[in-house]
Design a protein around this ligand. Structure first.
Ligand code: PLP
Length: 406
């Protein structure tokens, strides 16, 4: 069923805002998405009706908040089709999730002389933690370079895997190029060599249906705020077999089974990895966002966003001197571009004055920019609430910017 965009837009109060007296055109969805009213209402509901610290209370409010949080875990489990709910760990976001896996997996399974393969198109949050772990463990980071279109090639990966490789870290979708990577094939190849795979799904779960059992990945992470949920909450999925063997990432309350002054034994999954008071309010509201998205239907979302992408790319390419960075055959609704003779920052600043929000710079992927020999790009990233009219406004805005600089 086709999405009714006018009706959907009504669900997002911020889309009615005006910026410098112009209607807001929000095209920075890869950085963060806007929140539907149901998510905002859920946060108010938690704090006004059953706010209490979870898991350790005997009173009504604590029990209610605990039940809602564990229901949220079940919602996430179903959303990504994890086999067990205790394979779903709540973290602050994708960044914290990757740090958790990198440090905990690294401590147990990465030793001096081992190798970690990381793609060249990773967000810094899926590169820097691995650099830190490699340095700490005396391991070597191996770069899986992408081709000129911004695609990762499996035959190149095969050449990089050795008997020293312990893990491959790769995104399902690149935030700066929009490339959709063949993560199922990557995992299959890695597993033929007994290598684990972490998939950074921060730019994927809001656009594509994800089934971690079908992908067969060992770890999968994403952030709530990029999937129409609140900030400060995210998810780490890990296969039970790995998580049970891995040491806790942080120590504190909740992650313990028993503590004496001399020794601590650890709680079972998932709590072993959730030290301290968890962000229960945002977990609960994340589940509301997931329900909202699921009700719209990810297949319909993907179809509509692909139409937006095709329309935007065709329209923008009519602009003289505009070049798209990232031309993979399979992409989500991200268009990174530069206009000859103009600095991305200037373009973004002038678009802002017209009420159009885009991102400029390296998008936390400096190695991508180094690959192309550029200092950055302008990035327009679309969500299901964006429209062709908004793309037309971006197009007109860019023509105006060119005129101003002429
Ligand atoms: N991975 C990718 C591909 C991203 O695009 C981002 C954020 O832009 C992250 C990881 C980090 O997400 P967060 O800052 O929400 O932890």
């Amino acid at each position: 069923m086709a999405l009714i965009i006018d009706k959907i837009r009504e669900d997002f109060p911020i889309l009615k805002e005006t910026i410098y007296n112009k209607p807001l055109v929000y095209l920075d969805n890869a950085a963060t998405t806007q929140k539907p009213q149901v998510v905002l209402d859920k946060l108010i509901e938690v704090y006004t009706k059953y706010n209490a610290n979870i898991h350790r209370g005997v009173h009504y409010l604590s029990n209610k908040a605990t039940t809602e949080t564990e229901n949220a875990r079940l919602t996430v489990q179903k959303f990504i089709n994890a086999q067990h709910s205790h394979e779903v760990i709540f973290a602050r976001g994708a960044t914290e999730g990757i740090n958790l896996v990198a440090h905990s997996f690294g401590e147990k399974f990465i030793h001096a002389g081992d190798e970690i393969i990381v793609s060249e198109m990773e967000h810094h949050s899926n590169l820097v933690p691995w650099q830190m772990v490699a340095e700490k463990r005396g391991a070597r980071l191996v770069k899986w370079a992408f081709n000129q279109a911004g695609e990762l090639e499996l035959n190149e990966l095969e050449k990089l895997i050795s008997d020293k490789t312990r893990i491959i870290a790769v995104n399902q979708v690149s935030n700066s190029l929009g490339t959709i990577n063949p993560v199922k094939e990557i995992t299959a190849l890695a597993h033929r060599h007994q290598v684990a795979v972490l998939i950074d799904g921060a730019q994927a779960v809001q656009h594509l249906k994800v089934d971690v059992q079908e992908l067969d990945c060992d770890f999968y992470v994403f952030s709530g705020h990029k999937i129409y949920g609140p900030t400060g909450i995210g998810v780490v999925y890990g296969k039970e077999g790995w998580l049970n063997q891995m040491p806790p990432y942080q120590g504190g309350g909740e992650m313990i089974e028993s503590v004496s002054f001399e020794k601590t034994t650890y709680n079972q999954l998932p709590f072993k990895f959730e030290a301290g008071t968890p962000n229960y309010a945002d977990s609960i509201a994340l589940a509301t966002a997931i329900d909202y998205l699921t009700a719209l239907g990810l297949d319909d979302i993907a179809t509509y966003e692909k139409e937006l992408l095709d329309y935007a790319e065709a329209k923008l390419l009519t602009i003289p001197g505009l070049e798209i960075v990232g031309t993979a055959k399979k992409k989500t609704s991200v268009v990174s571009f530069n206009i000859k003779g103009l600095h991305a920052y200037d373009v973004g600043t002038l678009l802002d004055k017209m009420g159009i929000a885009v991102r400029t710079g390296t998008h936390c992927t400096e190695p991508v920019m180094i690959h192309y020999g550029i200092s950055g790009t302008v990035r327009a990233s679309f969500a299901f609430y964006n429209t062709r009219d908004e793309i037309d406004r971006l197009h007109q805005g860019l023509l105006k910017v060119i005129e101003l600089f002429a």
